[in-house]
Design a protein around this ligand. Structure first.
Ligand code: SAM
Length: 251
């Protein structure tokens, strides 16, 4: 349950170092400690608590990443971008972390400047809560919501990971021009997601041409475990992508 989930008080307090070890700022480049502790007591106190920084920010999030197929497919397509899968189930998170570990080991001798799969990681989190504690405003360029749980019953709709409130959180962490990618095999859920994003002032839907020319859409259609399952049953897949508009005057 959520009781064991730990959230950083702010994105600056999140320690990403164990998830992206190749991207941790080297010790010698880290800012020097403030010697004058008495003068800046509060700041120093906070600074002491801050974890080692990464050399770059995470830019892509896979919400409810499941078994990690999308992360693993995206890793070589965006080798210089940090990608994070967020998953609520403990055992599934562990499975994805182990899978990434093995892939990194298998590719450790790679001559590439960025070691393969060093740019992807999986974190256990409930994305319905505290997403802005992990990501700062306008940090992300892409958010994937692939085959989210449909929660068919009307009284369960509040558990869907697309809603007016959650869309405002996605708008907050996405940069203007950034894209939310959605896909599902459930027509009712597709309509729900389209309805909620189209109603939201911060988003506009991509045209079919824009969707078709985006390589991430093709990857999302074929590479997630759920997408493969739907493929095996020759089921339909419904895609809808939404661009984060420029900031509104009151934001
Ligand atoms: N995206 C993957 C795919 O396409 O293969 C997995 C789809 S699966 C149907 C939905 C996943 O979302 C499950 O692994 C579930 O545990 C996860 N999930 C559901 N609610 C979540 C939440 N609030 N935060 C994080 N993950 C969640």
């Amino acid at each position: 349950s959520d009781h064991q989930l730990i959230y950083p008080p702010s994105p600056d307090h999140m320690d990403w170092s164990s998830l992206y070890p190749d991207y941790v700022v080297p010790e010698e480049d880290a800012p020097a400690e403030d010697q004058d502790a008495s003068a800046k007591e509060d700041e120093t106190y906070l600074a002491d608590k801050l974890p080692r920084r990464l050399t770059q920010d995470i830019e892509v999030a896979d919400i409810g990443c499941g078994f990690g197929g999308l992360l693993i497919a995206l890793a070589p397509v965006m080798p210089q971008t940090l990608i994070l899968g967020l998953e609520i189930r403990v055992s599934v998170t562990q499975y994805v972390q182990d899978r990434i570990k093995v892939l990194r080991q298998q590719n450790a001798a790679s001559p590439l400047p960025q070691k393969p799969y060093s740019n992807i990681a999986c974190l256990r989190a409930n994305t319905m809560k505290f997403l802005p504690n992990f990501f700062s405003k306008a940090q992300l360029s892409k958010i994937f919501i692939c085959f989210p749980d449909p929660h068919f019953k009307v009284r369960k709709h509040k558990q869907r990971i697309v809603s007016a409130t959650l869309n405002s959180e996605y708008a907050y962490v996405l940069r203007p021009g950034g894209v939310v990618y959605t896909i599902t095999d459930v027509p009712d859920l597709h309509e729900w997601m389209v309805g909620h994003f189209e109603k939201h002032l911060s988003f506009e839907r991509l045209t079919t041409e824009e969707e078709d020319s985006d390589p991430c859409v093709a990857i999302m259609r074929t590479e997630t475990e759920e997408g493969k399952k739907v493929e095996r049953h020759s089921g339909a897949k419904y895609v809808a992508c939404f661009r984060r508009k420029q900031e509104l005057p009151y934001e």
